[in-house]
Write a protein that binds this ligand. Structure first.
Ligand code: CTP
Length: 404
């Protein structure tokens, strides 16, 4: 169990019948040594008293953005927190958080924080299963929020089903787990990550692209941000980006190169997770090509030209101390090909990714890789979620930085 002594936890309580269980949670967190700052929504006050929390917690419970002497309590609470725990989290609270509607103190605090966040949804089964709730949770998970799912059992009004707030033991386990995991070992470092497949235009409506979803690159960016890095994410995909990251959206290999190169020299770590096109159409028609331009049954001949491999440039101009990481998406001779790329591009580390293997690589939520280092590292990361692959990758980066 992690030591909770001195850890600052903002306990968000929203308006559901399970709010009474947050009283027990508050007491147990305080007993474990945590500094607990309760933030209740107006809805929560229909179910539990502010005084109860003020009496049990480490500081008075707060409800409003406006009732404190200090003018900006949400930033104070958010900046000072080691963790924000929302239990119970109603469908409304999840929606407000997912969409940035900071109209109460709790949502404003959630949006103003860089600390890890755990949400513990509790609601009726019909609401829990509604696509809007599930979509919001997916969005939050993608941003690195930890979701402690509800349990099955008796609900308000005598109904039975999934939606009961998870038991306090399960929630406390999650708190211990998340706080044990909050390493700040990348604090103060600049980390640039590229993600997604590039899209190379053929004409004004058609592109040549690849199956990269950007999920692995976005997971690396989220993990790096969670560990305190100043993250720049250069991405081709429109998926949620980690809180606090600077996001640069690009489409083609040339745009990605133009975004990355001017920033490269200032980076402590560069992770090139993007699947950059090796070839692009040599001529791009400014308008849509029409079938009848190619005669009856004729087809266009798309002539390709190579793109510029800017990872080679990054390797050649790497400042001392910078860690440069490439990805090798392969289907054959995975390790040998990856090793060859590591040497040819003068990388410190390469992530060998067998994109032909089951549940691995492009489009999947899971991945299995081998981390190969210029220093001789050969580490298998067996099939797991992409965030865990990101964690192993950044652990290897930290290790590399600590060895001269
Ligand atoms: N890369 C790059 N610029 C390119 C092509 C690739 O920066 N024009 C980077 C990728 O982001 C990746 C690494 O180089 O980190 C390896 O890319 P990959 O396509 O696997 O390798 P290639 O060098 O293209 O080799 P091959 O075509 O033989 O697979």
């Amino acid at each position: 169990m992690t030591d909770l002594h001195g850890r600052r936890i903002v306990l968000g309580v929203t308006g559901g019948i399970a709010a009474y269980k947050a009283i027990e949670l508050c007491r147990r967190l305080v007993d474990a040594g945590a500094h607990v700052a309760p933030v209740l929504t107006e809805g929560a006050l229909h179910f539990v008293g502010r005084t109860t929390f003020s009496a049990l917690a480490s500081e008075p419970a707060q409800v409003s953005l406006w009732d404190e002497e200090s003018p900006i309590p949400h930033t104070r609470l958010g900046q000072g927190a080691d963790l924000i725990l929302v239990a119970p989290a109603t469908a409304r609270a999840l929606a407000a958080y997912a969409h940035g509607l900071s109209d109460d103190l709790l949502t404003a605090t959630l949006i103003a924080t860089r600390a890890p966040v755990i949400v513990c949804p509790a609601m009726h089964t019909e609401m829990w299963e509604h696509p809007s709730v599930q979509d919001n949770l997916r969005l939050l998970r993608e941003r690195g929020v930890v979701v402690v799912p509800p349990a099955e059992g008796r609900l308000a009004g005598g109904d039975v089903g999934t939606g009961r707030l998870a038991e306090p033991e399960i929630i406390l386990d999650a708190v211990h787990h998340v706080l044990a995991d909050t390493r700040r070992d990348l604090a103060g470092l600049r980390v640039l990550v590229t993600a997604g497949g590039t899209r190379e235009p053929i004409d004004s409506v058609r592109v040549i692209t690849n199956r990269s979803s950007g999920k692995q690159g976005h997971a690396v960016a989220a993990e790096a941000a969670g560990r305190g890095a100043e993250v720049t994410l250069v991405t081709t995909v429109d998926r949620p980006a980690p809180v606090g990251a600077t996001v640069i959206r690009v489409s083609t290999a040339a745009e990605m190169e133009a975004a990355v190169m001017p920033l490269a020299a200032q980076q402590d770590v560069i992770v090139m997770a993007a699947a950059v096109a090796d070839f692009r159409p040599a001529m791009v028609a400014a308008r849509k090509l029409k079938k009848d331009e190619f005669g009856d049954g004729g087809t266009p001949q798309i002539v390709l030209e190579p793109t510029h491999d800017f990872l080679v440039d990054l390797g050649a101009s790497k400042p001392s101390g910078q860690v440069l990481v490439g990805f090798a998406a392969e289907t054959d001779d995975v390790i040998d090909n990856a090793r060859a790329k590591l040497a040819r591009k003068r990388l410190d580390l390469i992530v060998a990714n067998d994109v032909g293997a089951a549940r691995c690589g492009f489009e999947h939520d899971t991945n299995a890789v081998v981390l190969i280092g210029a220093d001789g590292l050969h580490q298998d990361v067996p099939l797991t979620d992409k965030r865990s692959v990101a964690r192993a990758l950044l652990d290897a980066v930290v290790e590399l930085r600590s060895t001269p």
